[in-house]
Design a binder for this molecule. Structure first.
Ligand code: GLN
Length: 300
C-alpha cells in the first residue's frame, strides 16, 4: 500500500497501517512492525501510545506526517529503533543512546544484579565498570547503591560523553568518575575496588557479518568485537583486574553464548576463586563471576 497524497492530512490509522506494512515488507516481524510504527507515531506527534490506539481518526498536520515518514524510512533501512528514538530502557531507567554506543540489551541486567548483590551490604563500596558505553551498568549501580562510588572507563571519548550525559540525567554524575582509556589502565590510581564489572566486546570479527542488519551495519564495531580472539578481554581482565580488587573483591563479566565455560576455566587457572556462572532469561550462561583470592600488588 502506498498512501495517496492528501492535502487534508492522514489519519493516525492510515499512518499506522502504512507503517506496519512498510516495516513488514522490510523484513521486520508483523507484531514488531505494528508496535514500532506506533512508537514512531508517538515520537513524531507527541501523542501517547494509548492516545494513538484510542483515537485512530485524528488527522495529523502535514509537518507531523512528514516527520513520521522520515523516521519510517530510516527504520525501513533497518536502522535500530533505539538510534532513531535516541532512547532505550534498561533496568527500569531510560538512557540516551547514539550510534557511538552499543544499544543496551536486557540480558545485561543479570550482570547488574550480580554486582548489586556483591556490594549492597557494603558501607561505601567502590565499583568499576570497564567499557561503559552508554553507561548503563555504572549508572544503574550508582542509582541502586546510593552509598557507592562508581568508576567507569571507555576507550571511546564519544561513548564517554553519552555516558556522562546519562549520569547527569539520572543525577549520579557526582558519584561516578569517568575515565578514558584502555580497559583498566585509567583506574590504576583509583583502586582497590570491591567489584569490577564489564560487558566487553566478545563477538569474533568474522561472526559479525552473520548478525542481523541492525547490529552489523549500525552498532559500533569497537563495542561488538574487533579482536580475532573473542576471549581476549576475559583473558586480560583475569590478569589485570585482581591486583586492583580488594581481597575477596568480585570480578564479573557478561559473556556471549557458549563462552561461559571457557571463561570460567581460564579464570580458575588464573587464580580467581569461587568462579561461577549465571543463566539469563533464555537459559544461556550469560555472566561469569569470580573473586580475588587475596593477592594484591605491593604498590597498591
Ligand atoms: N557497558 C555497555 C553495555 O553493557 C557497553 C558494552 C560494550 O560496548 N561492549 O551495554
Amino acid at each position: 500500500m502506498t498512501l495517496p497524497h492528501r492535502s487534508a492530512g492522514y489519519t493516525l490509522s492510515q499512518l499506522q497501517a502504512e507503517g506496519t506494512q512498510r516495516l513488514t515488507a522490510a523484513g521486520i516481524a508483523p507484531a514488531e512492525a505494528r508496535a514500532e510504527t506506533r512508537l514512531l507515531l508517538s515520537f513524531s506527534s507527541g501523542l501517547s501510545r494509548e492516545e494513538i490506539h484510542l483515537r485512530p481518526n485524528i488527522i495529523l498536520p502535514g509537518s507531523v506526517s512528514e516527520k513520521f515518514f522520515a523516521l519510517l524510512s530510516r527504520r525501513e533501512r533497518r536502522e535500530p529503533l533505539a538510534y532513531i528514538l535516541g532512547e532505550r530502557e534498561f533496568y527500569g531507567l531510560s538512557f540516551q543512546v547514539t550510534p557511538a554506543v552499543l544499544i543496551p540489551r536486557p540480558e545485561t541486567e543479570f550482570l547488574v544484579e550480580a554486582a548489586l548483590t556483591a556490594v549492597k551490604e557494603r558501607s561505601a563500596p567502590r565499583v568499576a565498570d570497564i567499557g561503559t558505553g552508554s553507561g548503563i551498568i555504572a549508572i544503574t549501580l550508582a542509582v541502586r547503591t546510593p552509598q557507592a562510588t562508581v568508576f567507569a572507563t571507555d576507550i571511546s571519548p564519544e561513548a564517554l560523553s553519552v555516558a556522562q550525559e546519562n549520569a547527569r540525567r539520572h543525577r549520579v554524575d557526582n558519584r561516578i568518575v569517568f575515565a578514558e582509556g584502555d580497559l583498566l589502565a585509567p583506574l590504576y590510581a583509583y583502586g582497590p575496588f570491591d567489584a569490577i564489572v564489564s560487558n566487553p566486546p566478545y563477538i569474533a570479527p568474522e561472526a559479525i557479518d552473520t548478525l542481523e542488519t541492525e547490529v552489523r551495519d549500525f552498532e559500533p564495531r569497537v563495542a561488538l568485537g574487533i579482536h580475532p580472539d573473542p576471549l581476549h578481554f576475559y583473558r586480560r581482565l583475569a590478569v589485570e583486574a585482581p591486583p586492583l580488587l580488594l581481597a575477596g573483591g568480585m570480578l564479573a563479566v557478561e559473556v556471549g553464548q557458549g563462552q561461559a565455560e571457557d571463561v570460567a576455566s581460564l579464570w580458575r587457572g588464573d587464580g580467581l576463586t569461587n568462579v561461577s556462572t549465571v543463566r539469563d532469561y533464555a537459559g544461556i550462561e550469560r555472566v561469569v563471576l569470580g573473586y580475588n583470592s587475596g593477592y594484591q600488588c605491593p604498590e597498591l
